[in-house]
Design a binder for this molecule. Structure first.
Ligand code: 5GP
Length: 187
């Protein structure tokens, strides 16, 4: 039987993964977007159960212990984020292609446990543009800038682990490319 392949979207910090998934949530409601659990507090306008499941550290621990997380990671050394396993498996069983927007550490875990997934790397239009997005107005000190540059260098090198690269030169264009890639994968 042909089952849909989950699609994993990852990429370097500040490349705009969140913006792409927001665009898809708002413009392509037919796409099955995984809803992650996170220990970070909601930002204004974020809705529990739509953007994330906002959980306590204890609830997150319980989910990990029960084996309910397909993958999880501590992102930027601050908050934990994870993909609830059951919903993704149910989507596949229902014949829908799940889209997971997660960080690089999470993508590697999915590669280990669901090697049949399609791995998409979201790349910046150029190295200079990524640096501009990361360092922004340059309010950080030299040490912080050096740390971010090093992070970007390591994260960009991960591109070769992925099946497909999509360049985030324009949010709408990149989102449309991703959605048509997902459609082309459907069994
Ligand atoms: P934000 O707090 O801005 O919504 O997300 C911060 C980072 O967490 C982004 O890089 C996003 O890709 C990542 N992230 C969101 N959900 C998950 C998840 O379920 N697992 C992992 N590993 N990373 C996630």
């Amino acid at each position: 039987m042909n089952r849909p392949r989950p699609v994993v979207l990852a990429g370097p910090t500040a490349v705009g993964k969140g913006t792409i998934s927001t665009y898809i949530r708002e413009n392509f409601p037919q796409v099955w977007l995984s809803i992650s659990a996170t220990t970070r507090p909601p930002r204004p306008g974020e809705i529990d159960g739509r953007h994330y499941y906002f959980v306590t550290a204890e609830q997150f621990d319980d989910m990990v212990e029960r084996g309910d997380m397909l993958e999880w990671a501590l992102v930027h050394g601050r908050h934990r984020y994870g993909t609830p396993r059951h919903a993704v498996e149910q989507a596949v069983a229902d014949g829908r292609t799940p889209l997971l927007e997660i960080d690089l550490q999470g993508a590697r875990q999915v590669r280990a446990s669901m090697p049949e997934a399609l791995f998409v790397f979201l790349a910046p239009p150029s190295w200079e543009e990524l640096i501009r997005r990361l360092i922004g107005r340059g309010t950080e000190g030299a040490e912080e800038r050096r740390r971010r540059l090093e992070t970007a260098r390591v994260e960009m090198a991960a591109a070769e682990e992925f099946d497909v690269v999509i360049v985030n030169d324009d949010v709408r264009r990149a989102a449309e490319e991703l959605v048509s890639l997902m459609r082309s994968q459907e069994p």
